[in-house]
Design a protein. Structure first.
Length: 425
């Protein structure tokens, strides 16, 4: 089977790594891929949103299965084009993918599906949004309606800072056209957890849950990012909680999309808040999470490719994935200044010294004369497994210390709450 992985980040590196382990694959291509996937697969150099170019490549190379990684490719309608050509594709149509590409659409969808989510208001005009906040005299989470690469959610401390966040997104255009419309969302308390699931248009098969860390700095301080690392499994969200979330969140949304004539096929990601009032949905993503995919996929003990294929064919009832009981911790190594201004072009040293069963999934590197060179904000995700969360955490950070590049920064507190948590009777 010829497989094409669309995207070029750490998530796609992890998907490529896992797909290559399958005895079913004869060739794995990446579009565009990155410096690391070039060493294990075939990079095409095609941008993930080049729908015409990818469609031609799939036909010319007789690609049996295309796996869409990034949300931009979903929104560009890549799945629609490939399906229209009779090609097998893992990933939702642009219409179903609105669950991520429009926060307002997702909120409306959840209301119709009866899924719990924080209260919200939608605004197209900054003046009206600010008048609403002044009238309420309290803070709101400010979210860009469109795709913003993980940088479109601002969490202010008070009403005055909420007004500043509205200006930041709508007037200063820090995330561009994505914030032409915004959602003001009620702030709620609790613990966040990420739940991904395979969806074939009808059936839902969940992954083990994971926790990611969105803030740039230790102690959940600093600006929101695309994710600074994560871990799996999650002590406060076990199999029972997963089963209930599938029934209360994922299945109603999937049914509503199917009833709307836009069935969902691919990986559906729910960002959940677990609080005093139960589980509420903060967001949906129409693809694998990043960095969640990097910490969950190494725990999959079986073959990923048949699962991807069954999802694309609408035949999830034919697969039964198995998972390791081991824990996984992933640490994102970023360029100083991320998610704001940062410098690139620095050599990455020490990758050859990390332990053989510790993974360094590349997010933004290029090939230099003596090895890899930094090429973006999030550079690598270093992932380690362990027989306990404490062991996985210790191994991940031990290997992080072997890697160096100028301006390298990372969080030091990933999974610490799991290690320090009291034992549950």
């Amino acid at each position: 089977m010829n497989v094409l992985i669309v995207g070029g980040g750490a998530r796609e590196h992890a998907l490529t790594w896992k797909a290559l382990q399958s005895p079913l694959t004869t060739a794995v291509y990446c579009a565009p891929g990155n410096a690391a996937t070039a060493s294990i697969a075939v990079n095409t150099g095609l941008p993930a949103t080049d729908v015409d170019g990818i469609a031609r490549f799939v036909a010319e190379r007789d690609v049996d299965l295309t796996v869409i990684g990034p949300e931009a490719a979903v929104a560009a309608g890549l799945a629609d084009r490939l399906m229209a050509a009779g090609r097998l594709v893992f990933g939702p149509t642009a219409a179903a993918g609105r669950i991520e590409s429009s926060k307002a659409f997702a909120k409306s969808l959840m209301a119709r599906a009866g899924v719990a989510t924080p209260g919200y208001q939608v605004f197209d005009e900054p003046a009206k949004a600010k008048d609403f906040v002044r009238g309420e005299r309290r803070p709101f989470v400010v979210k860009a309606d469109g795709l913003a690469k993980g940088k479109g959610t601002l969490v202010p401390r008070d009403a005055e800072q909420t007004l500043e966040c509205i200006d930041t997104l709508m007037l200063r255009k820090t995330v561009g056209l994505a914030a032409d419309r915004i959602v003001l969302e009620e702030k709620i308390d609790g613990r966040e957890v990420s739940l991904m699931a395979m969806v074939d248009g009808d059936r839902v098969v969940p992954f083990p849950p994971a926790c990611d860390y969105k803030r740039a700095l230790d102690g959940d301080k600093g600006p929101n990012t695309g994710g600074m690392g994560g871990y799996s499994p999650v002590g406060f969200f076990g199999p029972g909680e997963v089963e209930r979330a599938v029934g209360a969140v994922l299945e109603p949304v999937v049914k509503t999309l199917r009833d709307d004539g836009t069935p969902y096929c691919g990986c559906l990601y729910a960002g959940l808040m677990v609080g005093p009032s139960g589980v509420q949905v903060l967001e949906f993503n129409a693809r694998f999470g990043d960095p969640e995919a990097q910490v969950v996929l190494p725990r999959l003990t079986g073959d990923l490719v048949p699962w991807l294929e069954a999802t694309a064919r609408g035949a999830l009832g034919q697969v039964n994935p198995s998972w390791s009981a081991r824990s996984s911790v992933g640490v994102v190594l970023a360029s100083r200044g991320y998610p704001g201004t940062f410098q690139v072009g620095y050599p990455v040293d020490g990758l050859g010294t990390i332990e053989h069963d510790v993974f360094a999934f590349h997010a933004a590197t290029t090939a230099g004369s003596g090895g890899y060179v930094t090429a973006g904000g999030r550079v690598l995700t270093v992932v380690a497994l362990g027989d306990s969360m404490g062991e996985a955490r210790e191994r991940a950070y031990r290997n992080v210390e072997k890697i160096r590049f100028q301006g390298m920064t990372y969080r030091h507190d990933l999974a610490l709450r799991e290690v320090e948590a009291p034992a549950v009777p």
